[in-house]
Ligand binder design. Structure first.
Ligand code: KG4
Ligand code: ZN
Length: 353
C-alpha cells in the first residue's frame, strides 16, 4: 500500500510517502514569515501553505521513487489546527485523490502525534508492545492519554489553559527571544542554572493546591506565564540580559518538571510500564533527559520518535493512515470532508477505526 500523507495544520507544510508501512520520504517546510510577529499569523500561514503545497507534495512523491499513479491512498490532517491552514492541505489532498480516483483518509493531527512512535523508517517502529501512557506536548496542545494494546485510547488529562509549547513561546517572547522560543530556550538553558529562580508548578505536589493534585492529570501553564511576567517586571534590563540563560533554565525546569511528574504519576497509577512522548515540545533536550531518568528510576521504558518526527510532519499522518488500514479501516472514495479547529470536534476517544 502506497500512502501519501499531507500536513498543514499550523506553520509546517509537509508531504510524506509511506510504502508498506515504511517512510520513503518526509519533506517538511517550516514557515519563517511569522517570526517578526512573535507568533503564528493564521492568514499568513494559509497563504504560505497555498504557495508551497504543490512543490512539497511533488518533492515528497519524487523522493519516494514512486509516481503519483502508484499511490493507493491519500491521507491529510482534517484538524485540529488553524482552520484556514488545515483547509489548504485538506482540500488539496481531497482534490488530488479525486483526480487520481483513489480513496481519501482524514487524519486527526493529535492522534497522529499520539501514534508517532509507530513511524517506521525501515528498521521497525519504536512503539511499546503493551499499553502505554502518551504525553502529547505541542504549541497548541498538552495532553496525557492511555493507549491500550488494541490501540484504542483515552485522554486522561489536558491543559486547562495554555499548552506547554505556548508557555515556552510566550515566556521566551517576554525574555526577548525570537519565535518559536522553545528551541531557543532549550539551547540557552544548556548554560543556565535551573535553580536560579523557582517559578510555580501548577497542579503538582509542589503547588499550593497540592491536596487536590493526586490523580489529577490536567495541566495549567497560564500562572507560570503571569509569574514570569511579573517577576521580569521587577528586574532591571541589565540584570535580565546578564542572567538570560539562568532565567531560561529556570522557566524550562518549571515546565519540564510538571510534564515529567504528571506522566510518571499517570503511568504509576494505571500500572503501566511504558511511556511515549510526541509533539514539538518533546524535542526539548532537558525534557528528554529528565523523562528518561524518571522512567529509568520507575522501571518504565520511554519511547520517543526521532526529533524530526516530534515536530509537525506528514510521515506521522501517512503512518496513522497505514495503521488504520492495517486494522481493518475501509478508506472511502469520499472527498467532501470538512476541516475542524478543535481537538474535541474530531477526536475519537475510543478507537482507531
Ligand atoms: O508539534 P509542533 O511542531 O506544532 C504544533 O502542533 O503546535 O510544536 C511546536 C511547538 C512550539 O511551541 C515550539 O516552541 C515547541 O514546539 N518546541 C520546543 C522545542 N522544539 C519545538 N519547545 C521546547 N524545546 C524544544 N527543543
Ligand atoms: Zn503538532
Amino acid at each position: 500500500m502506497n500512502i501519501l500523507g499531507i500536513e498543514t495544520s499550523c506553520d509546517e507544510t509537509s508531504g510524506a510517502v509511506v510504502c508498506g508501512g515504511q517512510v520513503r520520504s518526509n519533506v517538511v517546510s517550516s514557515q519563517h514569515c511569522h517570526a517578526i510577529f512573535g507568533g503564528v499569523v493564521p492568514e499568513l500561514a494559509s497563504r504560505e501553505h497555498e504557495r508551497l503545497i504543490v512543490s512539497i507534495v511533488d518533492a515528497a512523491v519524487t523522493e519516494s521513487n514512486i509516481t503519483k499513479n502508484d499511490l493507493d491512498v491519500i491521507a491529510a490532517t482534517a484538524g485540529p489546527g488553524l482552520i484556514g491552514a488545515v483547509m489548504v492541505g485538506l482540500c488539496f489532498a481531497q482534490g488530488m485523490a479525486y483526480a487520481l480516483k483513489i480513496p481519501f483518509i482524514p487524519i486527526n493531527h493529535i492522534e497522529a502525534h499520539i501514534f508517532s512512535p509507530f513511524i517506521n523508517e525501515g528498521s521497525g517502529h519504536n512503539a511499546p508492545e503493551a499499553s502505554y501512557v502518551s504525553l502529547t506536548v505541542s504549541g497548541g496542545h498538552t495532553l496525557l492519554s492511555l493507549v491500550a494494546q488494541d490501540l484504542s485510547y483515552k485522554v486522561i488529562g489536558r491543559t486547562l489553559d495554555d499548552a506547554a509549547g505556548e508557555a515556552f513561546d510566550k515566556t521566551g517572547k517576554m525574555l526577548g527571544l525570537p519565535y518559536p522560543a522553545g528551541p531557543v530556550i532549550d539551547k540557552l538553558a544548556e548554560r543556565g542554572d535551573t535553580a536560579f529562580h523557582h517559578f510555580p508548578r501548577a497542579l503538582t505536589s509542589q503547588s499550593q493546591t497540592s491536596k487536590s493534585y493526586h490523580g489529577n492529570f490536567d495541566f495549567s501553564f497560564s500562572g507560570l506565564k503571569t509569574s514570569v511576567l511579573t517577576w521580569l517586571q521587577k528586574q532591571t534590563p541589565e540584570f535580565i540580559e546578564s542572567h538570560k540563560a539562568d532565567i531560561a533554565a529556570s522557566i524550562q525546569e518549571a515546565i519540564v518538571s510538571v510534564l515529567v511528574e504528571k506522566t510518571i504519576s499517570a503511568a504509576r497509577s494505571h500500572h503501566l510500564k511504558a511511556v511515549s512522548m510526541a509533539g514539538g515540545v518533546s524535542a526539548n533536550s532537558a525534557l528528554r533527559k529528565a523523562m528518561k531518568e524518571a522512567c529509568d528510576k520507575a522501571g518504565i521504558t520511554l519511547h520517543v520518535p526521532a526529533a524530526l518526527y516530534s515536530t509537525d510532519n506528514a510521515a506521522m499522518i501517512a503512518t496513522l493512515a497505514a495503521l488504520k488500514l492495517s486494522r481493518g479501516m475501509k478508506a472511502e472514495h469520499r472527498y467532501n470532508i470538512a476541516p475542524y479547529a478543535s481537538f474535541a470536534a474530531g477526536a475519537r476517544y475510543a478507537s482507531l477505526k
